[in-house]
Design a protein around this ligand. Structure first.
Ligand SMILES: Cc1ncc(CN)c(N)n1
Length: 220
């Protein structure tokens, strides 16, 4: 079994918990409170800015041309395509540029981006790209799970369509292949570190939606 298949199977309970989150159930049926979605969008903009930086570092560190191309392209997509989606939602949900600009990262957002930045700064390339992958793969799984049962019309249709799009699935497949290739060439200690990075990042994905659903800020 490949590295990715093994960690994906190990994390089945966590993935089920993600698919069962009220944020995603209500987003699919179109009843998610606007306040929760607004919180998510603003936080996700902050997240994507940092994620784009992490992808650019992965591109610089990639040993193969395929890796350099994939991660530099991913950095561009994170900044251009997903941010464009956010801009459209900002207009739809009444988030002004000032509101977005003044927003502070939530504990979940800062925790996730800081964790990825720490992988980029102090850990191996293999561990870094294992931590990067859940951002693709979890969203692809969520997009595909939600799309067939989503209400129509749905105020969140553009979000669902983005993450259920075949092009997003193809990008996920390419990053997964890079992670599997890195794992196949790595020793057991590095593979264990890669599994840990993948696990932490997947937990942060759960936390990100949970924190948006509860419009969580700093307790103090
Ligand atoms: C937190 C988070 N994780 C993943 C994605 C999908 N690239 C996203 N937009 N935001």
């Amino acid at each position: 079994m490949s590295f990715c298949d093994a960690i994906w199977e190990e994390l089945l309970p966590l993935r089920r918990a993600i698919l069962d989150q009220p944020f995603l159930a209500e987003l699919a049926d179109g009843t998610l409170p606007a306040e929760s979605f607004r919180h998510y969008m603003v936080q996700d903009s902050l997240y994507l800015a940092e994620y784009g930086r992490v992808l650019a570092i992965a591109a610089a560190r990639a040993p193969s041309a395929a890796g350099r191309l994939e991660f530099s392209d991913g950095a561009k997509v994170a900044v251009q395509v997903e941010q464009a989606l956010h801009q459209a939602f900002f207009v739809q949900f009444g988030v002004t540029p000032e509101m977005a600009h003044k927003a502070e990262a939530s504990p979940a957002c800062l925790g996730y981006t800081s964790y990825l930045a720490s992988l980029a700064a102090t850990r191996s390339y293999e561990e870094l790209i294992a931590g990067i992958l859940p951002c693709f793969w979890v969203y692809w799984e969520v997009g595909c799970a939600i799309k067939p049962r989503a209400a129509s019309p749905n105020p969140y249709a553009a979000w669902i369509d983005t993450y259920a799009a075949p092009s997003f699935g193809e990008a996920t497949d390419r990053v997964r292949a890079l992670v599997d290739e890195a794992a196949a060439n790595a020793g057991p200690a590095t593979r264990e570190a890669m599994a840990r990075a993948f696990r932490y990042a997947t937990r942060y994905e759960w936390m990100f939606w949970d924190s948006a659903y509860h419009t969580e800020g700093w307790p103090i």
